[in-house]
Design a protein. Sequence first.
Length: 729
Amino acid sequence: MAAYTTDDEQIIGKQFSELLASCNKICKNESDWEMINKAFFLAKEAHKGVRRRSGEPYILHPIAVAKIVVSEEGLGVKSTCAALLHDVVEDTSYTVEDIENLFGPQVASMVDGLTKVAAALNEDVSAQAETFRKILLTLSDDIRVIIIKIADRLHNMRTLGSMPRHKQIKITSETMYLFAPLAYRLGLYAIKTELEDLSLKYMYPEEYAAIEAKMAATAAERNEFINRFISPIREKLSQAGIDFTISGRVKTVYSIWSKMQRKKIPFEEIYDLFAIRIIFKPNNYAPEKAQCWHIYSLLTDIYTPKPDRIRDWVSFPKANGYEALHATFMRPDGIWAEVQIRSERMDEIAERGFAAHWKYKQNHDDEDEFDKWLKDVRNALNHPTGNAADFLENVKMTLYMTEMVIFTPRGEARKFPVGATALDFAYDIHTNVGNTAIGAKINHKIESIYTKLNSGDQVQILTAETAHPNIEWLDHVATMKAKQAIITYLKRVRQNNIERGISIFENRMREFGITPSARLFRKLLPAYDCKNKDEFYSKLGSEIINLNDIDTILRQNSKNKILKFWTFEFAGNKPKDVVVRHSHDVDNLGGPKFVAAECCNPIPGDNITGYRDPRSGDIIVHKTDCQELITLAAQKGENLVGNIKWSTYKAESYLSEIKIRGIDRIGILQDLAQVITVELDINIRELHIQSHDGIFEGKISLYVPDTESLYSLISRVNTIKGIDKVERV
Ligand code: MN
């Protein structure tokens, strides 16, 4: 591998010293500097001879990512090292253990996380949602991994021009779908804005260029206008002794483009192409919040404010930590202009997001909005319900949500996404409050729990011990937390119901002497309008359906389709001699009904014993050696009816089943059919054959007059070449 050329060394040296310059504020001692140098030299050595698609040495990429991590995201020394090393394990022969030995466990685990994220993104899977789920999983380990990954993505977007078109599209769509929303959620506004802007540039290059050109054409005029708007403000605030900076921020191409899309208007009809931002150094005499409002009131002396357009993110910071006071004023040309008022601290949080937020956080044990969100995401990741796509939709929903503030009866403010209902509020208070909610007092008026809330509402939840969630609730909640809680509850209830259903069903079937079989369910499920056994059991357990009609259902089916039941008839009133006929041939003469047991399916010639169904009074006829009957005899011996026997009256035929097994040879099926239907003249009702690895196994349902015919059939079939085993089921 070629070492670095002199030119390479020069440009690498220059970029690295720039990185070092920005590390001045994070390196506290010699060992911090040493660590960053060590990471740089290891990465440089590991990536040597490798070039990016643009032709520049690969090492320039990790240096650039580290620089973003320090100066645009405000992370510390360990994160900077992880950024320098982020592609080392993925792309070179170094392992995570190597990193751990040299840099300690924290850097190593970040590099490990970054390697996993890279691997997830490289997988050529169609399920993008699953990929993103894997990426979000790193959130549960160390949030810095995602922040460094965002820096990596930002640098890749900045240098996307040298990539082939299909790569540009893949990377851009991932950026729009996940990384920009995540950057927003982590409070990295500047990065989120840049990611969106770059995405647009590669997605719709022509539209992007057109807007850019129009912006350039109107720039001079706009700058002059901004200066004219600003200068009286500058004067007023200076007079008041405020230490501040003021600037006009021109909107990005992306935000203009999305407004044109949203409102379906041309560029020329967009007036708010800029916003004014005032950043002040707070004095020691009043809280920052009061100083924000003081500046606002000074502005109202100059321009007319629009009172309904005040956004007070100072009293109620956004869930991503954003704080500022936004107000709208009338411009001299009669158009409204937005002014953002922030302290220096608020500004740093707004630009750097998460890291700055932590830096200023007084008490790290305090749980704020950001921590709550993170906890919700982690919770959802740890208890996956539904599929990955649903999950991602839920998380994404919380990434970009606009918030509103809702008050508890005691005046405590809680934040919710727009669209949240009283039910969301109930679950936010406590899962138990949500699970037992029956209504809500919204601004002292009783309303349904489905009612959508408006910012500023005061809500009190009404509960009842007996209330509980149902599946419809899922359509009336907007927060991840509420959804999660309802699904968890429903799952638990369903499981309980299934268990209860199974036991109800099995008890009932035992009384009938029937062993539940696949065939039985094929008959029962349509009759009870259930798609599968789980649904059947769950409905049974929750008393949506009952088994009151089950004997009718079973008999109706058997009358129409198969000969499964017989009617036995007493000669006289004493159980002495039994006449057997098909059910459709006979009127019941008032005696008990005889029913052939499903489990052992007796036919004339079999040794039989009866069991009196205590509920219906029917007598279930089992083969005497039937296992099911033996169980019943042990439990409820008093219901046994011993003295029954087959009548001499012979019905035409009885359904029976045989199991066969043999070697799968060509023509065996024809031979089988030939012997049974032609030679023995027996009707086959169903034939199931499965063949695997040269062996075939099958079941044949057929109509036989009695056991004698059945056993002679079995022995005849046994003689067919290739048949190995034949037995009665
Ligand atoms: Mn990278």
